[in-house]
Each structure stands twice: as structure tokens, then as C-alpha cells.
Unconditional design. Structure first.
Length: 599
């Protein structure tokens, strides 16, 4: 298109060629140099945004949340840890873990406990024979140890502690057939940052590929496409550099989400604003304006749109700073600053590049006439049938709105991360042997004014554990009375009855022998009873005989007494004769005398 068209059109903004637009056009080269110098300075003096994000990463745990407060309270009262960052180290064996796995485990735990800078506490259950069942799977092929690390989850210190623990684990060679995984929410957060940085590179490549394809399709000019890319790249790099500068000097906090979303938002916004500027410039050239008039038409027609759109987005992003959830709170200030830089680049760098490029003939000139008739037809349809168009647009909007009531926010980062991350592999290994809840434990603190280490309070703790287990969504409850997450084997009434039945069965042979002996004893007792009955009968007969003997003895005593009396009478009668016989000296020689004397 010639510089002076046959029918020149007076630009509507011709009378306003001063101000900011005139300043930018006058010092276009210096503005471009200034932006390039700013980008170069930030790139040289400040590390890349991803590196700064790792260095100045803030915690994703809300300090005010009851769960976080309770978790830190547990660490305080047990004097174990002060942060909410922890990892699970999972050992998985092809066969049941043996003595070599225990040797490896003990060595690893000793090294972890020696690193007091990054490790606050090691919950060594598997190393104690009294508690090892609570940290070992039912098949014996897996075990785990929970390690509490320095720094809150998501912070740079926590990520550094995760890396230190991972290096310690890797430094100890596991026995053959045993694999070791470092997993848990803190390990997942650290891997999330690595995955996010890797994804940003892919996203940038795909975005620029799509942008280049669309620009070539629309503008049909390689030079115009390159100019748009220059605007986008410089705006993106400047926004990244400014946010990295603020984060590096600890003026703002960063997170993985902020660094990732900043790139996508900056690329999208910078591309839109570049298309606004070039499109408005080419539109003015199409209607016959000269290059300078087209520039002012472009600036006057788009500057307020770019400024209003950019500040609206920046303000909306800044409002996230006033939320309470760190996932959103950390996005506010970085995204707002990045958006302001993109807007400033679009309002200054973009017009400056267009000014310099328009000085060269045929650069930025439209390659085809604008499709004004098509847009006029669309406008005519809207004006003629506004109700129908409104209903059609509402119907299209309802497609998304109808799905909104069923939306459920999910903060489980595992659902959105690739499966090849080390933490994801650790979760998968743990879930092959443990329940899903074992790698995401929640703590329930019970505080009293007395020592709970007694049988009565153990029963209270067990009742609490049973009540908690009945809550929907609870998959497992571990306590002193439930070391493996389920009641002890012989603590339930059915188990005790079964154990009693087992003991009875073991004693069955002995009891049968005892019953046989008791039967023999019963027979002997029956024989004894019969004998005693016979003895009682004989004793009755003997008693009767004795009674008869007593009567006869009494009668005999009376007879003897009578006999004695008679003998006494006889003796009295015969005594004179006997005395005579005693006096007879020759009685011995007289037989009759001797016999009488002998009587």
C-alpha cells in the first residue's frame, strides 16, 4: 500500500499527536534499547525465575488451619519436630524383608539422624522389635519409616531437606531385591516443582508453536510474525525478570504455581496486546491512513483497552493475595507485578517496535483486505434478532454452568502429576502393600492431666480409636492398642473364645485320659461303697450279737453272784470240817482226808 493513498482519510486522532503517543514515537529506538537493556540486566543479575522460585519458595500449609496447628502441637508435646514437613521412606522387597534389609535400614536411619540440619526426628518403629509390626506390611515385603524434616512443606528449606534425605538414602546401597523410595507429601511437593519447571518448558514450546502457526495463517507475513514474537518474548522475559528480581531480594514470596501461571498468563496477554496493536494499525492502513496517522489511530484506539484489560487482570490477581489459602495467596502479588510489566511493555515497547518497523516500506502492511462485510453481517444479525442471539449465547453458556454444581474442588496433587516422579512411584509401592491412608496419615492428639500408660486408660484410648474408625472416610486407625491399624489379634471376644477353644482342643487328650481315670475311680468308689454297705450290715449284726452278749453277761453275772453266795454258804458249812482236816497231822497219809482237804 502506498504511503499517500489516492483518497487520503483524515485520522480521527490527528489532532492529538502529542502526549504519551508522541513521546513513544519520538523516542521509539531508545525505548526499545531501554527494554532490551532491562531484560539483559535482569537476566545477568538475577537467576532464572524457576531457580528463584526454588530458592524463595514459601509454605503451602496454612498456619491457622486446625490440622496444621494440631500437627505442630504433637511435635511440641512429644519434643520431636517443629515443622509440618515429613517424608515416608518405603522399603519394598521381592521377598519378605530379612536381616540384610534390617542392617540396611539401621545404617540409613543412623545417617538420617546424624543430619541434624535437615532432619528433626526419625520415627523409628521398624527398628524396634516391640513396634516393628506397626511399620511392616502384613505380607512382610514392605516397611516404612517416617522422617520429619526441617522447614514447612513447600518452603525452600523443606525442599532442600527432602533433597538431603533423598541423597542420604541413595548413598546407602540397598541389599539385592530391595528397592527404596522417598515419598510423602513433602517429597511430592518437591517433585511437583521439578515437574512444573519441566512442564513450563513444554508449555512455552507448544504455545509459541501455536502462536507462530496462527500468526502466519492470519498475517501471511514472516516479518510480522517475527515482530509479534519479539514483543511477546521481550514482554514475557521482562515480566519473569521483574518477578524473579523481587523474589530474589525477598520482597515477595513465590511458589510453583506462581512461576508456572505467570508464564502462561504473560504469554497469553502479551500475544493479545500485540495482536491488538498490529491489528488496529493494519486496520487504519486499510482504510487509507498514512503510517503516522495509522500509528496514532492504533495508540488511541487500543491504549485504553490494553491498560484497562491489563489492570483488571492485575487487580483480580492481586485480590488473591487477600485469600487465606496459600495456594491462592502466593499467586496474588507475583501475578499482579508480572501483569503490570506486560501492560507497560505492551503500551511502550509495542508501539515503539511498530514505529520503527513502519519506517521500512511494506513492513506491517496488510497482505489482504479486511473482511468488513463478514463482521457487518454478524452485527446485522445481532441487531435484527437480539433475543434469539441472546438465548443462543445463554444456551452455550449453560453448557458450562450446568456442570458447575457438580464441581468438587480436589487438592490431591497426585491426580495431576505424572506417574514417573519418584514420589509417585513411592506411593504406588506403598499402596501395593499398605492401605492408601498409610502414606497420608492424620494425627489425633489426646491430652490429659495424668499419665495414660495404664490398662484403664488404654481401654479409653481403644474406645476413642474405635469411634474414630466409624467416621466416614477413615480407612485405618493406629494406636497403642492397634499397632497395625486393627484390633490386637486376641483382644476381641470372638478371638478370645477361639483361643479358649484352641486350648481346650490341645488339652482334649489329657482331659479324655482324666475322664477315663475318673470312670475307673468311680468304679473303685462303687466297690468301696458296696464293701462299706456290707460292713454296715455286719456291724449291725455284730451290734445285735453284742447286745445279746450284754444281756447274757448280765444274767451270767447274776448267776455267778448267786453261785458265789451258795459257795460261800457251803464254805461256811464245810469250814469246821476243813479246819479239822487241816488240824489232822496225818491227813496226808489218809486219802479220804487229803481229798476232802483239797476241796
Amino acid at each position: 500500500m502506498p504511503d499517500s493513498p489516492a483518497a487520503p482519510v483524515v485520522a480521527p486522532h490527528q489532532q492529538h499527536r502529542g502526549g504519551i503517543a508522541g513521546f513513544i514515537r519520538r523516542f521509539a529506538v531508545l525505548i526499545i534499547i531501554a527494554w532490551v537493556a532491562l531484560v539483559a540486566l535482569l537476566s545477568i543479575t538475577v537467576p532464572p525465575l524457576e531457580t528463584v522460585g526454588q530458592m524463595r519458595s514459601v509454605s503451602m500449609s496454612p498456619d491457622y488451619a486446625p490440622a496444621v496447628v494440631a500437627s505442630k502441637r504433637v511435635g511440641e508435646v512429644f519434643d520431636e519436630y517443629k515443622s509440618d514437613s515429613s517424608v515416608m521412606i518405603v522399603l519394598e522387597g521381592e521377598q519378605a524383608l530379612g536381616a540384610d534389609a534390617h542392617y540396611f535400614y539401621n545404617d540409613m536411619v543412623d545417617r538420617l539422624e546424624a543430619d541434624t540440619e535437615h532432619v528433626e526426628h526419625v520415627q523409628d518403629f521398624w527398628g524396634d522389635p516391640l513396634t516393628q509390626d506397626g511399620a511392616q506390611s502384613s505380607d512382610g515385603k514392605a516397611a516404612y519409616v517416617q522422617v520429619y524434616l526441617a522447614g514447612n512443606m513447600g518452603e525452600s528449606l523443606a525442599n532442600e531437606s527432602v533433597q538431603a534425605a533423598t541423597e542420604i538414602v541413595r548413598a546407602v546401597p540397598p541389599p539385592p531385591g530391595v528397592e527404596v523410595f522417598v515419598t510423602g507429601m513433602s517429597a511430592l511437593a518437591a517433585d511437583q516443582q521439578i515437574s512444573g519447571d519441566r512442564s513450563v518448558q513444554v508449555i512455552e514450546g507448544v504455545i509459541f508453536l501455536v502462536i507462530i502457526s496462527m500468526l502466519l495463517l492470519v498475517y501471511r507475513s514472516i516479518v510480522t510474525t517475527i515482530l509479534v514474537l519479539v514483543m511477546v518474548v521481550l514482554g514475557l522475559t521482562a515480566a519473569r525478570g521483574v518477578v524473579a528480581f523481587l523474589g530474589y531480594h525477598e520482597l515477595i514470596g513465590l511458589s510453583t504455581f506462581a512461576t508456572q501461571l505467570l508464564v502462561t498468563l504473560a504469554v497469553a496477554s502479551a500475544t493479545d496486546y500485540a495482536i491488538f496493536l498490529i491489528g488496529r494499525y493494519q486496520e487504519a492502513r486499510t482504510v487509507g491512513e498514512d503510517r503516522e496517522s495509522a500509528y496514532y489511530s492504533m495508540f488511541g484506539g487500543t491504549a485504553h483497552v490494553v491498560l484497562g484489560s491489563g489492570l483488571t487482570i492485575a487487580g483480580a490477581m492481586l485480590c488473591l493475595h487477600f485469600t487465606r489459602l496459600p495456594y491462592f495467596q502466593t499467586l496474588g502479588v507475583p501475578m499482579a507485578f508480572g501483569m503490570v510489566v506486560v501492560v507497560l511493555a505492551a503500551l511502550t515497547l509495542g508501539p515503539a517496535i511498530i514505529t520503527v518497523a513502519s519506517r521500512y516500506r511494506n513492513i506491517l502492511e496488510p497482505r489482504r483486505s479486511m473482511r468488513i462485510r463478514s463482521w457487518r453481517r454478524v452485527a446485522a444479525v445481532v441487531v435484527r434478532w437480539p433475543g434469539a442471539v441472546l438465548m443462543a449465547t445463554i444456551a452455550l453458556s449453560l453448557i458450562g454452568l450446568l456442570a458447575l454444581p457438580g464441581y468438587r474442588t480436589n487438592y490431591n496433587d497426585r491426580n495431576y502429576l505424572p506417574e514417573d516422579l519418584p514420589a509417585q512411584q513411592g506411593y504406588a509401592a506403598a499402596e501395593r502393600h499398605f492401605g492408601v491412608a498409610r502414606m497420608n496419615p492424620e494425627l489425633l492428639l489426646i491430652e490429659t492431666d495424668r499419665d495414660l500408660r495404664n490398662s484403664a486408660d488404654f481401654l479409653v484410648i481403644d474406645k476413642i480409636a474405635k469411634a474414630v474408625f466409624k467416621v466416614p472416610g477413615i480407612g485405618n486407625v493406629q494406636a497403642i492398642t492397634r499397632p497395625q491399624g486393627e484390633p490386637l489379634e486376641f483382644s476381641t471376644i470372638p478371638a478370645q473364645m477361639s483361643m479358649g477353644g484352641t486350648n481346650q482342643q490341645m488339652n482334649q487328650k489329657y482331659m479324655e485320659d482324666m475322664f477315663a481315670n475318673m470312670l475307673l475311680q468311680a468304679d473303685d468308689m462303687q466297690s468301696t461303697i458296696d464293701t462299706m454297705k456290707r460292713m454296715v450290715s455286719l456291724m449291725g449284726e455284730m451290734s445285735a450279737t453284742t447286745h445279746s452278749m450284754v444281756g447274757k453277761t448280765d444274767a451270767m453275772a447274776a448267776d455267778i453272784a448267786e453261785l458265789r453266795d451258795n459257795i460261800s454258804n457251803f464254805d461256811d458249812f464245810i469250814r469246821p470240817l476243813r479246819n479239822y482236816l487241816y488240824w489232822e497231822p496225818h491227813c496226808y497219809n489218809i486219802p479220804v482226808c487229803w481229798s476232802m482237804r483239797s476241796v
